[in-house]
Design a protein around this ligand. Structure first.
Ligand code: KIV
Length: 285
């Protein structure tokens, strides 16, 4: 038997996946519930990210800042119940890793106990102490730099970052520092493609891009964007592979029509009563 077939994807295996070392590009997709995780896993993604984008694409918030550790725990547990082969990484929500190392470790541990194998947190140099504290507690950490949505107010909106030579250099230094602090991979979000290429060349852990061009070691998309479920916002980096929003509305319209016309449910969609009981009740079986 070949042990590598359907073997769970591990942190050391992900850490090795550098394109320049001959590694295959990493495929990461967000997942927020068990059926989504099951389908993404069946499709062969490497990493399921229980992203705090759940706040926007599932829970209806305008940004990710309202999300609690309990919310993330709930969605992480749902994804883990699908028992995916993919690595499960859960986002630490805003303010769950900013106050103290002890609080950070306790919050991350809740997500690990809910079923994640690693956590992701946003930010560069300011977060190094927390990354080190987590890694020292045996909690693997994925970094996230560039456009960091939890900093939406500080950034003045969801804006592409690192557009000047100085800020690109700062981003490169931040990525190197995160690698040094122990991150096993780094998400690069919303940065010019050339800057993502520079960062990818400058670190020996894989970079996973979103809105960061083709030169990263992997790519991530939000589940609802890829499938065309969430169409309110359509950033240029989203490639939509299906249009489930239209398909879903079409299906629900058909259901409503069939209910109103009385054609649903049909006899073969209903349960029959035994002949004897029907006769006793004086009704049709
Ligand atoms: O929360 C999320 O979905 C993310 C991805 C966009 C990288 O952080």
């Amino acid at each position: 038997m070949n042990d590598s077939i359907n073997a769970a994807i591990t942190i050391p295996a992900v850490r090795q996946r550098k394109v320049r070392r001959g590694g295959e590009r990493l495929v990461m997709l967000t997942a927020y519930d068990a059926p989504g995780a099951r389908m993404a896993d069946e499709a062969g993604v490497d990493i399921l990210l229980v992203g705090d984008t759940v706040a926007m694409v599932v829970l209806g918030y305008e940004d990710t800042l309202q999300l609690s550790v309990a919310d993330m725990e709930h969605h992480t547990a749902a994804v883990a119940r699908a028992r995916p082969t993919a690595l499960v990484v859960a986002d630490l929500p805003w303010l769950s890793y900013h106050v103290s190392a002890e609080e950070t470790i306790r919050n991350a541990a809740r997500l690990i106990r809910a079923g994640a194998q690693a956590v992701k947190l946003e930010g560069g140099r300011k977060r190094l102490a927390m990354v080190e504290a987590l890694v020292n507690s045996e909690i693997p950490v994925m970094g996230h730099v560039g456009l960091t949505p939890q900093s939406v107010h500080a950034m003045g909106g969801f804006r592409v970052q690192a557009r000047t030579a100085e800020s690109a250099q700062r981003l490169l230094e931040a990525a190197k520092a995160l690698e040094h602090a122990g991150c096993f991979a780094i998400v690069l979000e919303g940065v010019p493609a050339a800057v993502a290429g520079l960062v990818t060349a400058g670190v020996s852990i894989p970079t996973i891009g979103i809105g960061a061009g083709p030169d990263c070691d992997g790519q991530v998309l939000v589940y609802h964007d890829l499938l065309g479920i969430e169409q309110a916002l359509r950033p240029r980096f989203v490639r939509q592979y299906a249009n489930l929003a239209d398909e879903t509305v079409r299906a629900i319209r058909s259901f409503a029509k069939d209910v109103r016309s009385g054609s649903f449910p049909a006899a073969d969609e209903s349960y029959a009563l035994g002949k004897e009981a029907a006769e006793a009740l004086g009704i049709r079986a």
